[in-house]
Design a protein around this ligand. Structure first.
Ligand code: MG
Length: 404
């Protein structure tokens, strides 16, 4: 009989797409998973109060002091109405609150599902407390992969991805030596504009948010449409598997059934297939090294899969992939700058202040004027991140003469 995984989970980003799917897994297996602490942006406090009443975490953190006050009021009302929040949940706010959630003494596993570079510091703090890390926040691994790897060795703990492609590669690589690997392939659906002749200038926010096969948050959905997501995933893969950039390939696979492949030097290829539901890779990361019954209820139905297609990514039309690859190869603070400039460009696009085809232009120009430093401390990475955000805004406002 195999041992059942039992995880006490600190969840950062509980109300985002990955966070909600993690809560869904915790809800379906309370005998396996327990939520000790969580963070949420605090945009929807009613929803957050419901989550707190359901899971009774010891500690919660939201972005601002105002949200923390409102949440405390809401919980007091709910408590008097229903008597459900029997245990007092402590409510904190800001970066300090986020760090306390990530390092909560009751948690053994910290799952980082916040969006963007805000995930960096709590990830590092959790590693310093030797928590077992699961990172869905790729920006953290992109900006600080080398530093994180050094800290994982120093504090003798492990980090697993929750990204579907990297979970696929992690499975295919089990039991092999790096010298036996010829190539790894990360698959990409190609986003909504694969094989579309639409002029990139004419792409609207609504069109870009309409992803054909995955249901995800807004930032990552835009990153999929520009192919930046796959570029960030190449850097993430290098940080996780350390095989060298020349061995990491991206492959367009519109059906999103194969999530990653490993080609070995003897010509054999291992692929990981699965339903395109993020609860599978999250559950894999939670249960690893065990493998346990699927909690999502989703399984592949091979009778309905008529074809598996593959193609090369069109990096001429979607230059973000090339920009990411180059930034990864250059190393130092270039990946941190790439990630931060992308966050700003995507935000401006979502606010309809720039056009879709201006996203890569802003990122490329920001990278071209960057003076790199060695990305060996949190302070250096933060400085590069802040510099890149300001520079990207400046470039965008010069180009568009918009107030940003
Ligand atoms: Mg992915």
């Amino acid at each position: 009989m195999t041992k059942t995984a039992f995880r006490k989970i600190a969840l950062l980003g509980a109300t985002g797409s990955i966070g909600k799917q993690t809560l869904d897994l915790i809800r379906s297996a309370p005998e396996k998973y327990q939520l000790t602490s969580l963070s949420a942006a605090g945009n929807n406090l009613e929803e957050l109060a419901k989550i707190i009443n359901e899971f009774q975490p010891s500690l919660v953190s939201v972005n601002s002091v105002e949200s923390a006050q409102k949440l405390n009021e809401l919980l007091a009302i709910k408590k008097s109405q229903t008597q459900t929040n029997q245990n007092k949940t402590e409510i904190l706010h800001g970066l300090d609150g986020l760090n306390q959630v990530a390092t909560h003494s009751e948690a053994d596993t910290t799952l980082v599902a916040v969006v963007g570079s805000v995930g960096l510091e709590p990830t590092i703090e959790a590693i310093k407390k030797s928590k077992r890390l699961i990172v869905a926040n790729k920006e953290t691994l992109v900006a600080a992969g080398e530093l994180i790897n050094q800290l994982l060795i120093k504090h003798q703990t492990t980090l697993l991805p929750a990204d579907s492609e990297h979970v696929a590669i992690h499975q295919c690589l089990k039991g092999c030596k790096a010298s036996q690997v010829r190539n790894i392939y990360l698959t990409a659906s190609g986003g909504p504009f694969l094989n579309s002749n639409i002029n990139l200038e004419d792409i609207t926010v609504k069109m870009a948010l309409n992803h054909p096969t995955w249901n995800m948050g807004a930032k990552i959905t835009i990153d999929c449409a520009t192919l930046m997501n796959k570029g960030l995933e190449v850097i993430e893969a290098e940080s996780l598997f350390n095989l060298g950039y020349d061995k990491i390939q991206a492959l367009i696979h519109p059906q999103s059934i194969i999530h990653g492949l490993v080609e070995f030097i003897d010509g054999n290829v291992m692929a990981q297939l699965g339903p395109n539901d993020m609860r599978l890779p999250i559950q894999y990361a939670l249960d690893e090294p065990e493998r346990e019954a699927n909690l999502s209820g989703k399984f592949l139905d091979f009778k309905t899969i008529k074809k598996l297609e593959f193609d090369e990514p069109d990096i001429k039309r979607f230059p973000c992939f090339r920009l990411a690859y180059e930034a990864g190869q250059k190393g130092n603070t270039y990946p941190a700058v790439l990630g931060a400039a992308d966050e700003i460009a995507v935000e401006l696009f979502l606010q309809e202040k720039i056009k879709f085809n201006e996203i890569p232009k802003i990122i490329e120009e920001t990278l071209s004027v960057h003076s790199p430093s060695k990305a060996d401390s949190l302070a250096t990475i933060r400085d590069a991140d802040e510099w890149a955000r300001n520079k990207a805004k400046e470039i965008a406002s010069k180009q568009k003469q918009v107030l940003v």
